[in-house]
Ligand binder design. Sequence first.
Ligand code: HEC
Ligand code: HEC
Ligand code: HEC
Ligand code: HEC
Ligand code: HEC
Ligand code: HEC
Ligand code: HEC
Ligand code: HEC
Ligand code: HEC
Ligand code: HEC
Ligand code: HEC
Ligand code: HEC
Length: 290
Amino acid sequence: MKNAVSRKLTTIAFGSLLIVLMAMPAAFAAKLATVDIPVRPDLYSVTPEPLAPAQCAQCHAGQFGSLKDNGGRHSFECQGCHKAFHAYNPKKGNYEELMPKCSSCHTAIHGPANKDCSACHTNPHTPRKVAMTNRLTNTCPTCHAKPKADLVQFPSKHSLLGCAKCHTSHGFKPSCAMCHKPHYQGQEYTTCTKCHSVHKPKKVTYPENEPARTCGSCHTKIYAKWQATPSKHAKVLCAQCHHDKHGYIPRCAECHKQVHPAGIMAKFPKCLECHLDVHELPGMGTKTKK
Ligand code: HEC
Ligand code: HEC
Ligand code: HEC
Ligand code: HEC
Ligand code: HEC
Ligand code: HEC
Ligand code: HEC
Ligand code: HEC
Ligand code: HEC
Ligand code: HEC
Ligand code: HEC
Ligand code: HEC
């Protein structure tokens, strides 16, 4: 009974609604969906921000981590390189096409012999990390001409070693300690390259303040004489007389101008005829005893 009444009321209400609706514009004409979801145009009134790297990282942790740790100057927005992404389609086989190209931002900076960037820069997310592949070790001189030229022009036993024997990873510079003992105990390895340029190690040069002890490690007899001399030559370092390059023999006149009358000198042109041993001069007069 109750049901019959309410059904009748509904019918009346529906009927009148229908009449009202028919008289209204079409937009309000019908309920289009079977579900009720409120319309929210406000949700679409914003302009979306592009995803920040940290947001890409929620799925691409690997690439993000590489850039974070070793990205160097590639540590900018992902989309700086990836103009298009999430567009890979196996049917189109467009993966290569999607991937950023070095050439869109770089020129062939190492010259025409090294245009195949990714052969060495294997991961664009760690651009400075270049592995010691054969591709690299076979071509060091294409970028570093000088070391190769020195090794060839000044032959030594180092010339027989491959670059990678010493440079075990790219950019690594070995200590001489890896392969050599110092000349005397306590000599610092940081001093070696003062005298030896590593790519021409037999071409020895040294500064004038080089401690005599270095020379003494090989020239033991002369070092002993020099240390014992009571003369003022004991205050003159080996390297001050034998300056610039190993084996150089100085002339007395480099330091001593006209000390004796010209007449004596004409008779005895060689200073060491009287002074005997330059490393072992006797003490002179009163100013001597050391
Ligand atoms: C300097 C340019 C550059 C930047 C910046 C960069 N990428 Fe890449 N990315 C590349 C290149 C080039 C490749 C293609 C590598 C290949 O072919 O091996 C690539 C490949 C990828 C791939 C495919 C899988 C892979 O590792 O080869 C993913 C995923 C990716 N990048 C995600 C990212 C994300 C995420 C970021 C930011 C956090 C990012 N990339 C930043 C250049 C870049
Ligand atoms: C919600 C997870 C998710 C987010 C966020 C995301 N990706 Fe991806 N991405 C994927 C998946 C899944 C793939 C396909 C599988 C794969 O290669 O790892 C993919 C593939 C890629 C690829 C290679 C294939 C292609 O179609 O380009 C690149 C490049 C890439 N994403 C870049 C990005 C960049 C850049 C961002 C941030 C702007 C980003 N993705 C954000 C999930 C995500
Ligand atoms: C969207 C542009 C873009 C793309 C694509 C790109 N690079 Fe770069 N790359 C840069 C910029 C910008 C720098 C920084 C230049 C500067 O500071 O002078 C850079 C720097 C580098 C550096 C030096 C990194 C450092 O930390 O010093 C290397 C190496 C490099 N890129 C290699 C590559 C290789 C290889 C590719 C291709 C796989 C590539 N780049 C693709 C823009 C790009
Ligand atoms: C034969 C290997 C090889 C090839 C091929 C190669 N590179 Fe490099 N590139 C290197 C090495 C090694 C470095 C030095 C990395 C370091 O700092 O240790 C380097 C450094 C760079 C730098 C940084 C230069 C600087 O002075 O800071 C850029 C940029 C670069 N490469 C871009 C490229 C581009 C672009 C290509 C392709 C056109 C390319 N490279 C091809 C090996 C290579
Ligand atoms: C494609 C070019 C390229 C090739 C090939 C290359 N390098 Fe380099 N190398 C560079 C660049 C660029 C630098 C960075 C220069 C800088 O920082 O002044 C560098 C830096 C170095 C340094 C450090 C320089 C310094 O003053 O600290 C050493 C050592 C080195 N390379 C050795 C090698 C050796 C050994 C090989 C072969 C296994 C090699 N390189 C191959 C480009 C190259
Ligand atoms: C016997 C070991 C050894 C060999 C072999 C060797 N190097 Fe070196 N190289 C060194 C050492 C050590 C340094 C650091 C020198 C310094 O700090 O004065 C160096 C420095 C460098 C540098 C930095 C710039 C410079 O000239 O000081 C480059 C580039 C380089 N080597 C490239 C090469 C190349 C290319 C080859 C092969 C053709 C090569 N090296 C062979 C040990 C070696
Ligand atoms: C990776 C090993 C290695 C490194 C690093 C190295 N050398 Fe050598 N060096 C050698 C070998 C091997 C020889 C030949 C030794 C022999 O025959 O006893 C040699 C020989 C020499 C010679 C004699 C050359 C000749 O032709 O008689 C000198 C000088 C020398 N090294 C100096 C240095 C100095 C200085 C350094 C550091 C800047 C250095 N070396 C770094 C391996 C190395
Ligand atoms: C004052 C300059 C000087 C310094 C510093 C120096 N050397 Fe020497 N080194 C020489 C001279 C000179 C020779 C002999 C060259 C010759 O035979 O013509 C030599 C020879 C060598 C030789 C060839 C083998 C031998 O013993 O005759 C090696 C190896 C060597 N030095 C390694 C080193 C190492 C390693 C260091 C650093 C700990 C170093 N040198 C520091 C001057 C120096
Ligand atoms: C590693 C050993 C060693 C060291 C260190 C060394 N020499 Fe020598 N020196 C030699 C040898 C070996 C010769 C002889 C072969 C030659 O002429 O190169 C020599 C020769 C000489 C000669 C004579 C050249 C000639 O014409 O007879 C002088 C001068 C000389 N050294 C000075 C020095 C001085 C100065 C130092 C220190 C700055 C020094 N040496 C360090 C090994 C060394
Ligand atoms: C690098 C410079 C230099 C060279 C080269 C040199 N001397 Fe001297 N000599 C000195 C100095 C400095 C004194 C101390 C002078 C003073 O105090 O007035 C000295 C002092 C002397 C004295 C006096 C010694 C004393 O104890 O009073 C004699 C003698 C002497 N030199 C002889 C020679 C002879 C001979 C030669 C060549 C075989 C020679 N010198 C080469 C720098 C040098
Ligand atoms: C005052 C300058 C002077 C000083 C200091 C000096 N020398 Fe000499 N040295 C000479 C002269 C000049 C000759 C050439 C002597 C000759 O013609 O008989 C010579 C010759 C040599 C020779 C080659 C001839 C030989 O006797 O074997 C060696 C090696 C040498 N000196 C090493 C040294 C060493 C090592 C020291 C330091 C302990 C040293 N000299 C200090 C001036 C000097
Ligand atoms: C004929 C032998 C003779 C010859 C040659 C000779 N000298 Fe002398 N020289 C002496 C005598 C002797 C003394 C004084 C010793 C003394 O005062 O005890 C002396 C003293 C010196 C003194 C120390 C002067 C002072 O005032 O303290 C120097 C420096 C000196 N000679 C350098 C030279 C030089 C350089 C040559 C070569 C150009 C040379 N001598 C050649 C014999 C000689």
